[in-house]
Design a protein around this ligand. Structure first.
Ligand code: S3P
Length: 445
């Protein structure tokens, strides 16, 4: 039986059979950064002239963004990793689409696009998403947009998609966001592009700053105050198309970093990974856990820090993760939970209630599914408590249709005895369509 097989008996499921010697060796690249891919497509669509995107993530989420902006009038060439060309239609010139826009599974598509749509006067838009997205909170972006003068309707006091938007000329605000969320920050800054004056967002903890960096590169006037956790855009702005080189996604690299750290004998290199400091919480935590991870070839590519990473197997110890670090590793918590299962001691993750409103309730998903494999994981209202050191035993588990849960369980299954069957694993295509192929390659099966 192969070490790893994507051709499970059930469609969309993965079977992981731990081979006797499973060391992960070699050098790999991970797909383009999801956050940067969305932003490159969006800014390209609302800039004047041509934007060229190299290294775009070909996952389902950026495909949703591209489809939405095509419906809004942007010309976007066929998506590929070599070069995607976007012919922008300029701010204020979006076309009123004839049908409902569909953001699929992608919160970033819906929330960021909402800022752009709400600020387009005299146009009416409707936007929806899949089952997961239609249950995720939108009031966090609807509220600041309404303060700017936006008109948005939806179920449950305008907080759930499908949403209907009557575009308006918006006024600038200073929004003090109760959540550290790059989606909220970016939505408000994008809405501020067409407002006359300064639109500022202040957040409790600094979230990823890809929007600020890329808006500056496209010519917008954006001032950041990292100490105050705030960013200001001055409108009306004019954006000019650019070349964007998308680095590898550290959130995808995280699966291999943890795999390399927990699978005996592993020695892996992951090249061309984005190491923007607002995203590197995973590296800090792995270091605290005693993992042997090194960064080299640090460089700046199109305004984003990039490096190559090396991870080698070694013993891990438990650690505590809370408030200030959470926004810098929010998407990596499921795979960090897997690392904690193989660490000595009890790892406690707090202040991460946001995980309950991601693509799935990730606190419930990772706790219940790792426990099915024999781990000792307890749910906290805002996090997880994981006692490491209990060997895992293969079982049937479920991804909850969440890409990051599917891939985290696959890495856990690598270190379990027997066979692990992951249902609905095909969800991985949201952010990492080639994950299974890369795992197969690494295992040499
Ligand atoms: C993202 C921001 C984060 C992250 C998501 C991508 C972005 O969400 O979890 O995967 O690209 O802005 P929040 O803004 O909800 O924290």
């Amino acid at each position: 039986m192969p070490a790893f097989s994507v051709t499970s008996q059930r469609p969309g499921a993965w079977t992981i059979q731990r081979p006797s010697s499973v060391a992960l060796q070699g050098s790999i690249r991970v797909p383009g950064d999801k956050s940067i891919s969305h932003r490159a497509l969006m800014l390209g669509a609302i800039a004047s002239g041509e934007t060229k995107i190299q290294g775009l993530l070909l996952g389902e989420d950026p495909r949703s963004t591209a489809e939405c902006f095509r419906a809004l009038g942007a010309k976007i060439s066929e998506l590929n990793t070599e070069q995607v060309v976007v012919q922008g239609i300029c701010l204020g010139q979006l076309r009123e689409p004839l049908d409902v826009l569909n953001a699929g599974n992608s919160g970033t598509t819906l929330r960021l696009m909402l800022g752009i749509l709400a600020s387009h006067p005299e146009r009416f838009f409707t936007i929806t998403g899949d089952d997961s997205l239609r249950s995720r909170p939108m009031s966090r972006v609807v509220t600041p947009l309404q303060q700017m003068g936006a008109e948005i309707w939806g179920r449950q006091q305008n907080s759930l998609a499908p949403l209907a938007i009557q575009g308006q000329a918006l006024k600038p605000i200073h929004y003090r966001s109760p959540v550290a969320s790059a989606q909220v920050k970016s939505c408000v800054l994008l809405a501020g592009l067409m407002a006359h004056g300064q639109t500022t967002v202040t957040e409790p903890v600094l979230s990823r700053d890809h929007s600020e960096r890329m808006l500056q590169a496209f010519g917008a006037e954006v001032a950041v105050d990292p100490d105050a956790h705030s960013a200001t855009v001055t409108g009306p702005a004019q954006l000019q198309g650019q070349t964007v080189i998308v680095p590898g996604d550290i959130s995808s690299a995280a699966f291999w970093l943890v795999a390399g750290a927990i699978v005996p004998g592993s020695d892996l290199q992951i090249t061309n990974v984005g190491v923007n400091p607002t995203r590197t919480g995973i590296l800090e935590v792995l270091e605290r856990m005693g993992a042997d991870v090194t960064q080299f070839n640090q460089r700046l590519v199109a305004g984003e820090p990039v490096a190559d990473l090396r991870v080698r197997y070694g013993p891990l110890r438990a650690c505590e993760i809370g408030a200030d670090l959470i926004p810098r590793l929010i998407d990596e918590i499921p795979i960090l939970a897997v690392a904690a299962v193989f660490a000595q001691g009890t790892t406690v993750i707090r202040d991460a209630a946001e995980l309950r409103v991601k693509e799935s309730d990730r606190i419930a998903a990772i706790a219940t599914q790792l426990n099915r494999l024999g781990a000792k994981v307890s749910e906290l209202p805002d996090g997880l408590e994981i006692t490491g050191g209990t060997p895992l035993k293969g079982a049937e588990v479920d991804s909850y249709n969440d890409h990051r849960i599917a891939m985290s369980l696959a890495i856990a299954g690598l270190n379990a005895t027997g066979s692990t069957e992951i249902d609905r694993a095909a969800a991985a295509a949201i952010s990492y369509p080639d994950f299974a192929t890369t795992l197969d390659q690494l295992l040499g099966s």
